[in-house]
Design a protein. Structure first.
Ligand code: ZN
Length: 316
């Protein structure tokens, strides 16, 4: 049977200062701001989407930046690290680049035979860059990061949980994931088992529950092809006792949400229609785009948003 879920679609974080957020993800990391819109559930707050040149599923890191937000804490029931994929020989470049912008970087770690580095953004958001030769996505670049070292999209995500069994059951029985392996208490799952679809569970039995605010992940979205496969996923999850929302239109995809047993908010989002639906591909992210229902309120919404600009040329 064709899999209904094929990997990670996007990962959404809560952030602090919107300009610092843009500076870091476009300037330092070299992701493209592919959409500048507002939180559809709270239109007074920006929603930024950073990704590859088109914001393809599997590359899109999104943020809700709240000016002056307090920092959250990492803990159980959360995605604690978002891992991006880079070429196998790119870590030295990234270590040097991050140091240049005064961002503390871990030593080079090894996990499942691959090398990686760990660091945090300005809000203490946990990020990893995993060097690997398994990523067959074509290269692209934005800003001043050379194409051979550019981030290719997600590698995977780490879920910090108190126990794993119920979440493992969800992933492997209802979400087309399979168990790949265990190393030092880290349990890895994948759809194809490739960068862009990997999910790791790290068990923290005594750990405190994370608190969501700036610097923490709000939810992780998994990808499904289209509206029909999304409904199939929804039916199957509902039949198995999960409390799943109705299908919600997010303009660039449609979404369903549910809380997985370990407490992490999961979303399943469609690959269609994508970010070029309301902007030309060459001009993605330039204007504040609103869903049709919010257009009558544009003036009021824009007044509540702090103006931001792309500063990518300052990050050479
Ligand atoms: Zn989402």
């Amino acid at each position: 049977m064709k899999p209904l879920i094929t990997g990670i679609h996007h990962i959404t974080a809560i952030a602090g200062n919107p300009q610092a957020n843009i500076d870091f993800y476009t300037g330092v990391l070299g992701l493209r701001l592919v959409k500048k819109t507002v939180n559809f559930d709270a239109p007074g707050v920006y929603h930024f989407y950073f990704g590859d040149e088109l914001g393809r599923p599997g590359t899109v890191f999104t943020t809700f930046p709240f000016t002056g937000a307090r920092k959250g804490t990492k803990g159980t029931g959360e995605v604690t690290y978002t891992a991006f994929s880079v070429s196998v020989d790119s870590l030295d470049y990234w270590i040097e680049r991050l140091r240049k912008y005064s961002i503390p970087v871990s030593d080079v770690l090894t996990r499942f035979g691959e090398r990686l580095i760990r660091f945090e953004d300005h809000d203490s958001m946990g990020i990893e860059l995993v060097a690997n030769d398994q990523d067959d996505r074509s290269g692209w670049t934005y800003g001043n990061v050379p194409i051979e070292h550019a981030i290719k999209g997600f590698y995977g995500a780490t879920l910090n949980l108190k126990t794993k069994d119920q979440t493992e059951k969800l992933l492997t029985e209802h979400m087309d994931y399979r168990f790949i392996g265990e190393e030092n208490g880290r349990y890895r799952y994948g759809t194809q088992g490739k960068p862009g679809d990997l999910v790791d569970i790290v068990i923290d039995k005594s750990g405190n529950r994370g608190t969501q605010s700036a610097g923490t992940i709000h939810h992780i979205a998994f990808r499904t092809a289209d509206a029909a496969s999304q409904l199939e996923v929804r039916d199957m999850l509902t039949e198995n006792g999960y409390q799943v929302t109705e299908v919600i239109d997010r303009n660039y995809f449609t979404s369903i949400y549910f809380r997985e047993p370990g407490g992490v908010l999961f979303e399943v989002a469609t690959d269609e229609p994508g970010f070029a639906i309301d902007e030309d591909e060459a001009h993605l992210g330039e204007l504040i785009k609103l869903p049709e229902w919010a257009e009558p309120d544009r003036e009021r919404i824009e007044e509540s948003l702090i103006p931001v600009k792309l500063t990518v040329e300052a990050y050479d």
